[in-house]
Design a binder for this molecule. Structure first.
Ligand code: GRG
Length: 292
């Protein structure tokens, strides 16, 4: 993961050059958040699922960087006072604390739009039909039928808008949209770029779906146990807020069991692949055993 993280950070730096112009402040803010680190889980999934289909590693890294721009924008906006109002992210002051609120809104907007500009460029893929499919898939994953929609439901629940009640099915759907859809895109971009068969795509789809949910449940467990070592998080914030999480619904052991079960299930979907999918098998275990 460290190797992919370094490579994607370098690619992000190349794709977000800092100009010496009046508007450079917004690009500085985009670079501040995008180059700050993080686990780079989504790029790892994308690069390794693309490798299964012999996609050019450089093209996969470019698409992974575009996806990480979207992920970073979502974190920058999620941290704003109007949303989660967080002071720390990835061990550093959040974008709006380091710069200011308006700049953080613009930095998120800049990252969101730059991601699609990158995907539409021939460096992402030589075939325009593939580029078009990547753009469409990522737009759906990130938009109101995906991450943005999940964030809306999360905010409605937190603020008592619409009187939504959260049982396991409802919280599962919310997280499948909010965090699951970008993780799913990470697993589908490789087969799209490699023009894989419908059967292979379906296997990675099922893997990505189960892995995304396992990741979120593990996140709830980490928040509850306060063992998140990433200084960028505020451990226990969700647990302390009285928010419904997988842990409040299933209990700590129940949530841990559910995450492990989903991770095993994700690995089972990779049975059609040989040892070349071992990195994806290993990351499924990491997702539920990580400490940050
Ligand atoms: C503002 C449109 C909009 C969406 C925000 C994903 C999201 C939607 C907000 C993040 C809230 C959050 C902290 C959710 C918990 C799970 C999660 C996505 C954590 C952050 O992802 P990691 O752990 O972060 O992959 P790093 O820093 O490692 O990239």
């Amino acid at each position: 993961m460290a190797e992919t993280a370094t490579a994607v950070t370098e690619r992000l730096s190349e794709l977000l050059p800092a100009p010496d112009t009046a508007e450079s402040r917004v690009i500085e803010a985009m670079r501040y958040s995008a180059l700050a680190g993080g686990k780079r889980l989504r790029p790892f999934l994308l690069v390794h699922s693309a490798a299964l289909f012999h996609v050019s590693p450089s093209a996969a890294l470019t698409v992974a960087a575009a996806l990480e721009m979207i992920h970073t924008y979502s974190l920058v906006h999620d941290d704003l006072p109007a949303m989660d109002d967080d002071d720390l992210r990835r061990g550093r002051p959040t974008c709006h604390r380091q710069f200011d609120e308006a700049t953080a809104v613009l930095a998120g907007d800049g990252l969101l739009t730059r991601a699609f500009e990158v995907l539409a460029d021939p460096v992402a893929h030589a075939d325009p039909a593939v580029r078009c499919e990547l753009v469409r898939e990522l737009a759906e994953a990130a938009g109101a039928r995906g991450m943005v929609g999940g964030q809306m439901v999360d905010l409605m629940v937190e603020r008592g808008i619409g009187d939504l009640s959260m049982d396991v099915a409802a919280i599962t759907r919310m997280h499948q949209l909010k965090t699951g859809r970008l993780i799913l895109f990470a697993c589908l971009a490789g087969p799209i770029m490699g023009k894989a068969s419908a059967k292979m795509r379906a296997c990675l789809h099922a893997y990505g779906r189960d892995l995304g949910l396992a990741f979120q449940i593990a996140d709830d467990v980490l928040d509850e146990t306060g063992s998140a070592q990433d200084l960028g998080k505020t451990p226990g914030k969700d647990a302390a807020s009285g928010k419904t999480t997988f842990v409040t619904l299933l209990g700590l052991d129940g949530a841990r069991d559910r995450a492990r079960m989903l991770s095993d299930q994700a690995v089972n979907h990779l049975d059609v692949f040989g040892p070349e999918a071992d990195m994806l098998r290993a990351v499924a275990r990491y997702v539920v055993e990580r400490d940050r």
